[in-house]
Design a binder for this molecule. Structure first.
Ligand code: FMN
Length: 159
């Protein structure tokens, strides 16, 4: 039985409450191209899965997108094939939201890179100063966020 990467990602990502976006490996504009996005991505962004197929994750960018940061993302993805940070994304409605984005490569049998997989979660700002030992200025609105809470100190790339 041969299962494609898209089918495999769909199987594990469909029930998740974390948004998952799968793209091809081509970073040159207009790429990377979205091959799959799960229902949690639709809930967060307002874009239906079918609507984003063939488009680039740049559709999530908007008027206040930090171009210095997108250059950092481009470089990280080219050199390390990874990016992990908090970005200002835009829903289909035009509303901005803070989003923790963790992009990783998917490799084939011979270690050749085949695509990128992103895990995306909306984060909300806490009011006031963070408590000692707390996760910084952001807290997730999704329940399983304890794994990443400690990493959310600043809206800049983590790696
Ligand atoms: C799987 C994946 C998910 C991405 N998700 C986002 C995102 O949510 N928001 C965003 O601004 N950029 C996202 N990007 C980054 C953009 O697609 C693009 O790589 C970035 O804007 C840098 O390239 P550019 O300088 O050519 O625009 C994602 C990239 C990949 C590969």
């Amino acid at each position: 039985m041969t299962v494609t990467i898209v089918e495999l990602v769909r199987l594990f990502a469909e029930p998740l409450s974390t948004a998952v976006v799968l793209t091809d490996i081509d970073l040159e504009q207009p790429g990377p191209t979205i091959l799959y996005a799960n229902p949690a991505f639709t809930s967060m962004s307002g874009y239906a899965g079918a609507e984003v197929l063939g488009k680039s994750p740049r559709i999530l960018q908007g008027p206040n997108t930090n171009r210095q940061l997108t250059r950092v993302i481009a470089r990280r993805l080219q050199v390390e094939r990874r990016f992990h940070g908090v970005l200002e994304n835009y829903r289909k409605s035009g509303e901005a939201y803070l989003c923790e984005v963790d992009v990783r490569p998917i490799h084939g049998r011979n270690e050749e890179p085949l695509g990128f997989l992103a895990f995306e979660r909306e984060v909300v700002r806490r009011r006031g100063r963070p408590a000692q030992g707390a996760g910084g200025r952001y807290q997730p609105i999704v329940s399983e966020a304890h794994e990443v809470r400690t990493a959310w100190a600043t809206p800049t790339p983590f790696c």
